[in-house]
Ligand binder design. Sequence first.
Ligand code: PBG
Length: 335
Amino acid sequence: MSDYPSSFPSTRLRRLRRAPWLREMVAEVRLHPSDLIWPVFIQEGNDVSTPIASMPGVFRLTLDLLIKQAKEAAALGIPAIALFPVVDSTRKTERGDEALNPDNLVCRAIRELKDAIPQLGIITDVALDPYTSHGQDGLVKDGVILNDETVEILCKQALNQARAGCDIVAPSDMMDGRIGAIRGALETEGFHDTVILSYAAKYASHFYGPFRDAVDSAKHLGGAGKKTYQMDYRNADEALREVALDVAEGADMVMVKPAGSYLDIIHQVAETFNVPVLAYQVSGEYAMIKAAAEKGWLNEELAMMESLIAIKRAGASAILSYYATHAAKLLLTSQ
Ligand code: PBG
């Protein structure tokens, strides 16, 4: 390296930025539709698409519309979708029983999707929050979120989803020890090929606000919120400990969430471990770009692409984003 002169004027870094073709040729990171995973909100009913106020352009979909839109997503080259149910408040209980119903909304969605679009991967959330009356991801006793008791139910929830035909179960609850327990449960029932995507480094973030509106899970979250199980955003070393444990327990892929304010975490996890690292561009990140664009303060498509490329440059193998289909369309038309 030092044998070569690398100072001005023999080196002029602007030479490679001179023209679009040249910038294209030397670009270090490229985004492709196969990098994008589409998170979708689903609801009961027929032919209804309900807008979400804090996420313009995102809708809660009934299953008939989900199938149509999922077909379009698959045609764009999106490899997988992640399902998030909006559960009717009459079905929410203290213990989140509906999560274990083999005929719940998520299980029906999995079966219908697999039937209609077998080549599209399906990711389901393992956590109790859409199903609990209190909105916590686990069981609550005297204000404390119970760990081991919750893990037992999460194993049953993951099995319920695997039996319905889900490809990837994604525990997003942050209970300790749940990856090992879920892996054991899946093995015991013969689900050797069910992938576990662990939300290994999931932070107690204020950027989840719009999501909680979307699934209606925030109303009763008081006190410490989710801070006794989701990570403190001041910590980075701890994220590496979380990932190490989850990989040792049998996670096939790990998630960092949110993404945009956590690029350092994505980078460190990707450098330290040789497992695929996914990142979740969460509802608040989407809402910020949308809101600024609606005010005419940002160019939405350019800001969207920059935010997604930044996450990939940090080291993510794939990105969950509410912009997945929009970005995929743009990528296909700009080639
Ligand atoms: C909960 C869950 C959350 C998100 C995905 N799964 C929110 C939370 O932890 O309260 C957030 C996603 C987003 O904000 O887009 N299991």
